[in-house]
Write a protein that binds this ligand. Structure first.
Ligand code: MG
Ligand code: MG
Length: 255
């Protein structure tokens, strides 16, 4: 595979495989969203994700990645990312729950995330989810050939901060392909003093704003994985895998 500044350029056949990997992720996320309700233990979503991976004949991408124990990252309320599914954690009315899912199909990775409301949530929680989803779409719109990568970052950051929220610095989006995490890093903020790469057709990016109601500072719990907001205020996470093409950005992680 060709590389530009260390970033793999995928051909159309490779992008077609990535489209299928990501379509499967999207179908899993659809099913997880359907199952969200008060009273459901979060381990139930892990079971659904595992079952669906078996049915599709794909490997869960996260299980075993760096030692992560589950197929699904399941993060509730103040948990930002990398939460563990649990039999003890029961969803309650008013919670928000983020699912981050990845699979490997024909050696290519899919990666996408969505945050769902559990039953009726506060206006503040609803607004945070809406703003985070919209910031992702603002970022995706900038994933154009000839744009700078940080045009994506800037679009996310400016939208989020204008709404009075903050973007997480500690975790970022990424290139994706035959590896889950490839170059380049895709920050949700504009790094100071750095020139980002120019986007070219064939680059594939996982764009994934992690947005907090309060501080953007996070800390890691004793399980060594679960990232929570330092002030324990709500956080939301939406992610799409997006191909940069001659025709503009193409979202691959759709059903
Ligand atoms: Mg992800
Ligand atoms: Mg990702």
């Amino acid at each position: 595979m060709k590389k530009v500044r260390g970033i793999y350029i995928k051909n159309s056949a490779e992008i077609a495989l990535m489209r299928e990997a990501n379509r499967i992720v999207s179908v899993v996320l659809d099913a997880l969203g359907e199952a969200v309700a008060p009273g459901v233990p979060t381990m139930r979503f892990e079971e659904i994700a595992q079952d669906m991976c078996r049915q599709f004949g794909v490997q869960p991408a996260f299980q075993g990645y760096g030692g992560f124990p589950y197929a699904l990252c399941c993060s509730v309320n103040e948990e930002v990312v990398h939460g563990f599914p649990s039999r003890e954690r029961i969803l309650r009315e008013g919670d928000v729950v983020s699912f981050d899912m990845g699979v490997v199909y024909e050696r290519f990775y899919g990666d996408s995330a969505r945050t769902f409301a559990v039953g009726t949530v506060s206006d503040a929680a609803r607004d945070l989810l809406d703003a985070t989803r919209e910031s992702l779409h603002r970022g995706i719109a900038q994933a154009q050939p000839g744009n700078n990568l940080y045009d994506v970052s800037r679009a996310v950051q400016e939208f989020v901060e204008a709404r009075g929220y903050s973007v997480v610095r500690r975790f970022v989006g990424h290139g994706i392909g035959r590896k889950l995490h490839e170059k380049p890093e895709v920050p949700n903020f504009v790094p100071s003093g750095m020139a980002g790469p120019v986007l070219k057709p064939g680059m594939v990016l996982a764009i994934e704003p992690m947005v907090c109601a309060g501080t953007c500072e996070v800390e890691i719990l004793e399980d060594k994985w679960t990232a929570v907001t330092k002030d324990r205020k709500l956080s939301a996470h939406f992610e799409h895998t997006v191909a940069v093409t001659h025709e503009g950005p193409v979202v691959l992680s759709v059903s």
